[in-house]
Design a protein around this ligand. Structure first.
Ligand code: ATP
Ligand code: MG
Length: 359
């Protein structure tokens, strides 16, 4: 059975790009697991164990300069957004790292195994530290070890990783292998030592839509864009969504019947992409339906689709943001479950290292 572990930065001011580019992938993974469990239960008769653990990477946020109030707000907002978008705390384990101390504990236990040379090769540190490497935090340098702990702690079998994270997952596997080798005790036939940690396999997330600004089809839709009209926020109401779509930048041409007719028309392509993503179709299907029609007709149709599909999300999102007790309860339940899953692995790591604990 599969156990997928995935983390997300707890940022606030969420928008349509975050939903289509990141959050919806999680909802899909969760649904795939539920389906796999259903099929396996029918075939095997016993309850299947496929499971998703989704966490808010609040500890990782400490690796870059941050504002504590923003981190707190972003964490709660991201938790609310995830649940509003369909992450079901009853089916997936949803929590924030800070409430599961085993992440930080295991990071330290793994820090004796991870080599300076390995971390020195991480390109993301070089990118993020830039020219001022001496001024970078220790956390920025060692956070790939925390990432290794994040997944090894739960014996993750699969970890979704984008291009930029592949190297970190390799590192997690190297750490697992060396730890198993050095401290795994009785060696198996393969000479790899005992297996305290499972080697996590990468899964490449499905190609997510890249959503562009409503004001400029060549710029990514982003929370940092100063123009509110450039993005659809997850807390926009129906009127606001309609208004933003109607004011979106376009050109004067009608929609073409073929995709290559959108070459050089970045804004038109973006609106078609959004329509396709929201209706779970392909851009070519959208063109087949709207070929020859102008934006006077396409925009209201797009606005309606957005309002209809986002309404349940924005409604639940707003309600959850106002219900701190419910949010706290969701995160507390998820964390309790995560702590329970982490306990045996954490204990065997302590034990293997010769650390005396009377628990
Ligand atoms: P910033 O402007 O500060 O970078 P952002 O709006 O780009 O913020 P992030 O917090 O960087 O948002 O991204 C959170 C997640 O949402 C990431 O997985 C990122 O790939 C995804 N994402 C962000 N913007 C888009 C977009 N326009 N289209 C698709 N995915 C996006
Ligand atoms: Mg970004």
């Amino acid at each position: 059975s599969r156990r997928i572990v995935s983390g997300i930065q707890p940022t606030g001011n969420l928008h349509l790009g975050n939903y289509l580019g990141a959050i919806r992938n999680w909802v899909r993974m969760q649904d795939e697991m539920a389906e796999a469990n259903r099929i396996e239960a029918v075939e095997g008769g016993s309850a299947a164990q496929n499971q998703c653990l989704f966490f808010l990477a609040d500890l990782h946020a400490l690796s870059l300069p941050h504002d504590p109030a923003e981190l707190r707000r972003g964490t709660l907002e991201m938790a609310a957004a995830l649940v509003a978008c369909g992450i079901d705390p009853a089916r997936s384990i949803l929590f924030n790292q800070a409430q599961v101390p085993a992440h930080a504990e295991l990071q330290w236990l793994l820090s004796g195994t991870a080599r300076m040379g390995w971390l020195n090769r991480m390109t993301q540190f070089k990118d993020k530290a830039g020219k001022h490497r001496e001024g970078a935090s220790i956390a920025l340098f060692t956070y790939p070890v925390l990432q290794a702990a994040d997944v090894l702690l739960y014996q993750a079998t699969h970890v979704p990783v984008g291009e930029d994270q592949k190297q970190h997952l390799e590192l997690a596997r190297d750490i697992a292998q060396k730890f198993n080798n050095d401290f795994g005790g009785a060696s198996d036939d393969d000479g790899k030592g005992g297996t305290i940690f499972t080697f996590p396999e990468p899964i490449i997330p499905p190609q997510a839509a890249r959503i562009m600004s409503l004001r400029d089809g060549t710029a990514k839709m982003s929370k940092s864009d100063p123009s509110e009209m450039s993005r659809i926020n997850l807390n926009d109401d129906a009127d606001m969504i309609m208004k933003k779509v109607k004011k979106a930048k376009t050109d004067a041409e009608p929609l073409p019947s073929e995709l290559d007719g959108l070459d050089g028309r970045a804004e038109a392509l973006n609106l078609v992409t959004i329509y396709a993503a929201m209706t779970n179709t392909m851009p070519a299907d959208v063109l087949a339906e709207f070929a020859g029609r102008g934006f006077g007709q396409f925009k209201p149709a797009l606005g309606e689709v957005l309002v209809e599909t986002l309404a349940p999300i924005t409604g639940r999102f707003a309600a959850l943001l106002k219900d701190r007790e419910e949010l706290d309860a969701i995160l507390a339940r998820g964390a309790a479950h995560a702590r329970e899953l982490a306990r045996p692995t954490l204990s065997s790591a302590y034990e293997a290292l010769g650390l005396v604990r009377v628990v």
